[in-house]
Ligand binder design. Structure first.
Ligand code: TMP
Ligand code: ASP
Length: 245
């Protein structure tokens, strides 16, 4: 990376650098992992490259299916070029199967399969610990206009359909995921941030004696096994699938 590239923002798992073109940024994936609002931290050599590859492949796949994203092109093994966007401060979570926080906050039993996917919106604010929002609160807070919120819901449901199929092709169940959207320099709402095993729950559908095997950041959150092994497995299955089609 060129030293002239000014660091614009550093998050828990990524750094954003300015690019020569002011409408673009360089997104660099770090090897760091955090959980529970950074109460738990670690570093895993190779995670940045794995997440960069997985995210890029997913963004390219979504673009091919007409989903607008910030992704432009690859840059290095652990970075890609994206549109410079203003991030909308919402964590948009889609749940196909109940797991995680929803089972702690309600009486919904873990593993319950939802007839229709549930979309939960959280306020992206570490100081407030990313609280769950309602549609009315989002509108009251002027985070989005009603039509923008409808658009984001539609895009998110389409992304869910496309990615459920994508992962089932590599024998993985997409349990839930979190995405973020941004407004690009033309004011258009696009999928932004990343899509990696850091931000979703991926359960292995391959034979494992009836046990759920997590191939995502739950391994780190709950000490369920080697994180790099799981992320490499996803990356390898994606590579094998791409080369067979
Ligand atoms: P949850 O069960 O903790 O609400 O998480 C739902 C999904 O969102 C899960 O795939 C993990 C992801 N997620 C993030 O990407 N970032 C976060 O800060 C949290 C809390 C969850
Ligand atoms: N992303 C959050 C953190 O870094 C929480 C999580 O993913 O579990 O702390």
């Amino acid at each position: 990376m060129n030293t002239n590239n000014e660091l614009i923002y550093e998050g828990k798992a990524k750094k954003i650098f300015a690019n020569k073109n002011p409408k673009e940024v360089i997104i660099k994936f770090k090897d760091d992992a955090t959980a529970f609002n950074a109460a738990k931290k670690s570093t895993f050599e190779g995670k940045g490259e794995l997440n960069c590859f997985i995210s890029q492949t997913i963004f390219k796949h979504l673009i091919n299916q007409n989903i607008p994203t910030h992704y432009i092109h690859s840059h290095s093994k652990s970075s890609f070029i994206a549109q410079r966007v203003e991030i909308i401060p919402l964590e948009v979570v889609v749940r196909n199967t109940a797991y995680g926080s929803i089972c702690k906050q309600t009486n919904i039993v873990p593993g319950t399969i939802f007839k229709d996917p549930l979309i939960d919106f959280y306020f992206k604010d570490d100081e407030l610990n990313d609280p769950l929002l309602t549609i009315d609160r989002i509108l009251l807070m002027n985070i989005l206009e009603q039509d923008e919120l409808i658009l984001i819901k539609e895009l998110t449901l389409k992304i869910n359909l496309i990615l459920k199929k994508f992962f089932s092709n590599i024998q993985i169940k997409l349990v839930d995921f979190k995405v973020e959207f941004g407004k690009n320099p033309n004011g258009k709402i696009v999928l932004a941030d990343e899509f990696s095993p850091d931000n979703c729950r991926l359960w292995d559908l391959k034979e494992n004696n009836g046990k759920i095997e997590s191939l995502d950041k739950d391994r780190f959150r709950h000490d369920l096994g080697d994180l790099i092994e799981a992320y490499s497995e996803i990356s390898n299955r994606i590579k094998n699938f791409i080369s067979s089609t």
